[in-house]
Design a binder for this molecule. Sequence first.
Ligand SMILES: Cc1ncc(COP(=O)(O)O)c(C=O)c1O
Length: 369
Amino acid sequence: MKEMISTYIPYLDLQPYNNRFAQQDLKTFKEIQATGKLIGGEWVSRFESAFASYCGASHCIGTANGLDALTIILKAEVALGNLPEMAKIAVPAHTYIATFLSILHAGMQPIPVDVEELNLTTQALRQLHQKYDAIIAVDIYGKLVGDEVYDYAREKSIPIYCDTAQSHGATNDKGLKSGNLARASAFSFYPTKNLGALGDAGAITTNDHELAITCRKIANYGRESRFVNNLVGVNSRLDTLQAGFLLNRLPQLDTDNQRRVEIAAYYLKHLQNSKVRLHSLDFLNNNVVHVFPVYVDQRKVFVDHLDSQGIGTSAHYEVPPHQQKALAHLNQLRFPVTEKLHRTEVSLPCHPLLTLEQMQRVVQVVNGY
Ligand SMILES: Cc1ncc(COP(=O)(O)O)c(C=O)c1O
């Protein structure tokens, strides 16, 4: 359909999105190439300090991607004696599989918890009968996990980490940003994220000095110094070129996030169709709207309708982690809210370059379904 309709509205087209930075990126590429320092170096340190200060965190450690960032945090906590080996980690069932995989890659056990509407809640944690050693919260779709979940973890003296892969720049009611709310947070800069690189990239933020040092070592072969390796590390460093490209994009992040929120507010106001369920206005609070979700009973029919009218969509996601073949040992578990979300969710175009005309067209077509 895309080829036939000249006014096709893609879910997200990364080309114009990144074209905004093309000149700066070329300059960055030339400058980095000229230094001859292609691993680590000044550009990585510059991005790390810029991003730490943007998040309000004391430390930022660049990694190769978001999955590694999460895994490295967990491994570092074991190395520091803050988590037992094979720790049990409470995790929302409603997330991307990467959150679960990080726990497994760290040799630990995921304890999935169903969500109430979108995110992990204290109510759900209170009802959990199994014991757990730590929590990984997830700011799904860009919406921050509620402060009460952090308070609950503190009250129980349980370490809480956050998968902030989708929430760059989201701010809570106290003015604290994503990346400065948990003991450590893991960001992904996958190209489609609110802050995206030109390839894979990720980062850890934390206010704990020891944890920061240990994460940095693990991400770099467990290296203490050039020929001394004290920990079983991995190779997961933030690529120097990606650090440069991310530095070009960081100043635009707040404006882009603001635009995403405006688009989401427009949709919430104008979408009116009894066959298409929406979140309440609360969805917009503490949210940078990485994804704008709607929910329909007949997903394929709805997606085909939009596609035939020239509108691209996505899904986040179709099959939850506990129902994936790769996680067969979790397949017998049931999480009704999560399963319904994954069965019915459709993501509408919601990116900073979407025009008013395109938003109006999306509303018209969805309302006409
Ligand atoms: C919620 C969530 N966690 C973790 C990840 C993993 O990030 P990456 O693809 O950079 O490894 C992603 C990105 O896809 C994600 O959306």
